[in-house]
Write a protein that binds this ligand. Structure first.
Ligand SMILES: Nc1ncnc2c1ncn2[C@@H]1O[C@H](COP(=O)(O)OP(=O)(O)O)[C@@H](O)[C@H]1O
Ligand SMILES: CC(C)(COP(=O)(O)O)[C@@H](O)C(=O)NCCC(=O)O
Length: 360
């Protein structure tokens, strides 16, 4: 390697991104560890951190954003309007530099997945299946999973491959508050024991088998509960984005799940959205205080009981909820799943992605 011959990794990485050229990378094997010396990607020197046995390629923000040059990508005015509608705090630089290249990669992986399914069906002589390409998005409460999922859904819709993209959140598979209350689990919402695992597993298994017309329960942050009168229909989409803090957990995280199979076994690609705990705390507080200005005033809101609190009392309440529930769940059950992801997006302040790690 390093003599100009394309490294197998180069071919594999270049193919999914549709690059006409290839990675030129040089490895030196020294003793027990192989240290990647350097990558040249379209003339960009991508210097991964010197780590032994890292299953990831590391990209700085600029190195990831430069991947757009490989496949020029622009957004129409309508697409920008759609994205702004998702979240007015979302910066277009974030979309064009981070999420557009990522959506392009996912679109190419989805094409490769479709080809693999066709090949498998030919081998099996079975043409009934239409298994979707399932993308999992995991991470802490308030890290931006839902926003990332909606941005990627909007961007994946745009490519000529014109695929149907469904977005499902695992929040809907939480037990209803009445059940959590009866079991003394209201302060454990989002923890493994608060989910109806059997129902979630049945859904992802049916989904991956290509089943039509699947009914999915819905969670409402307004009533802070699973809705009893509304569900979502998922009818053989080409791509499913499955977003939730537990999608990378394994069967071992769920003792009640005897066969030790879990959501992560049904994912074709997974993204972990990461950020320092201090940022997460601030983002959770900001979301709570924003909701206080709007949703809390609604008598139907679970949090209406907090509407009368002063700003200081509301902040103290939000910090208590964060510390006693969401941060505890992050440290015990979510952060340990980070290195299972296909891709890790590391955010800094203001939700700006600073590093992208992509599995080799
Ligand atoms: N890329 C982003 N830019 C700016 N604000 C964001 C971004 N992603 C999320 N947010 C904000 O952070 C908070 C949490 O986002 P959300 O998508 O609800 O997270 P999660 O689904 O992980 O709980 C929300 O207030 C949202 O507006
Ligand atoms: C419903 C959730 C577990 C889902 O998490 P998210 O979609 O916000 O990542 C979380 O928002 C939640 O309600 N946690 C319990 C503590 C709290 O009220 O924030």
């Amino acid at each position: 390697m390093g003599n100009g011959t394309p490294h197998p990794l180069a071919t594999r990485l270049a193919a999914p991104i549709g690059m006409t050229r290839w990675l030129h990378c040089g490895f030196t094997a020294s003793g027990a560890s192989i240290t990647a010396r350097s990558f040249w990607l379209q003339g960009i020197v991508v210097m991964p951190e010197k780590t032994a046995y890292s299953p990831y390629m590391h990209f700085s923000r600029d190195q990831w954003a430069a991947l757009r040059n490989a496949v020029p990508m622009t957004l129409t005015a309508d697409e920008i309007d759609t994205l702004r509608g998702i979240n007015e705090e979302l910066s277009m630089a974030e979309v064009t530099e981070i999420y557009l290249p990522l959506a392009r990669l996912l679109d190419l992986y989805a094409s490769a997945h479709q080809q693999r399914s066709t090949t498998l069906d030919q081998f099996l002589g079975n043409h009934a299946r239409r298994p979707p390409f399932v993308i999992g998005i995991a991470g802490s409460v308030a890290v931006g999973k839902s926003t990332t999922a909606r941005v990627l859904q909007a961007l994946l819709d745009r490519w000529p491959t014109s695929r149907r993209v469904a977005l499902v959140t695992t929040d809907g598979f939480l037990y209803p508050n009445a059940t959590l209350d009866a079991r003394g689990l209201m302060a454990r919402k989002g923890f493994p024991e608060s989910f109806d695992i059997a129902r979630l597993l049945e859904f992802v298994s049916e989904l991956k088998a290509g089943a039509p017309k699947l009914e999915v329960p819905l969670y409402s942050h307004l009533v802070y509960d699973v809705l009893s009168d509304r569900t979502q229909m998922v009818d053989q989409p080409d791509i499913v984005i499955l977003e939730g803090l537990n999608v990378l957990q394994s069967g071992m995280d769920y003792p009640q799940n005897a066969d030790h199979v879990f959501v992560s076994d049904f994912l074709d690609f997974s993204i972990y959205v990461d950020a320092d705990i201090d940022h997460l705390n601030a983002w959770f507080l900001n979301r709570f205080m924003t909701l206080r200005e709007s949703v809390f005033a609604d008598p139907n809101s679970y949090f209406h009981k907090y509407a009368h609190l002063s700003e200081t009392e509301a902040q103290a309440t939000a910090n208590r909820i964060w510390r006693d529930i969401n941060e505890k769940n992050l440290v015990e059950n979510i952060l340990p799943t980070r290195e299972r992801a296909s891709l890790i997006l590391t955010k800094g302040a203001e939700h700006a992605v600073e590093q992208v790690m992509l599995r080799k």
